[in-house]
Design a protein around this ligand. Structure first.
Ligand code: HEC
Length: 108
């Protein structure tokens, strides 16, 4: 897969598309399949984290289950952005990163 390089500015669409690909590869087997061991990642479930940064940090530390920190940092940003966009938290065009994630509040 082609990832953004230092001189290429990633767009929100590219980040979320990359995140969806990663999600299908590394997360969906537990979170999307009936009887998967992980909970459905609904808007309500995501909203239990205070901010996009908290969700990113949780994912990076703990996911995939028992294999935390096995993706690259930018891949955790992408998968987190995908989940947030899918559940309606990322309405404006935004490339999620360490600068803006704390300000994106998830609690409802
Ligand atoms: C091997 C199965 C498995 C895979 C693969 C997996 N998860 Fe999970 N996930 C779980 C389980 C089990 C839990 C519940 C953990 C707990 O309660 O401690 C969980 C919990 C979560 C939660 C918190 C849900 C809540 O209730 O607050 C998030 C967010 C999450 N996973 C995201 C991801 C992402 C993103 C990926 C891919 C990078 C991923 N998971 C891959 C099994 C998995």
């Amino acid at each position: 897969m082609t990832l953004g390089t230092a001189c290429h500015q990633t767009t929100p669409e590219e980040q979320q598309t990359q995140g969806e690909t990663l999600y299908q590869a590394y997360c969906a087997s537990c979170h999307e399949i009936n009887q998967g061991i992980g909970p459905r990642l609904t808007k309500q479930v995501l909203a239990t984290r205070v901010s996009a940064l908290a969700l990113f940090t949780y994912n990076q530390k703990n996911m995939p289950y028992n294999a935390g920190n096995t993706l690259k940092e930018e891949e955790y940003w992408a998968v987190t952005a995908y989940l947030l966009a899918r559940e309606g938290f990322l309405e404006s065009a935004l490339v999620l990163d360490a600068e803006n994630a704390e300000g994106l509040r998830l609690e409802q």
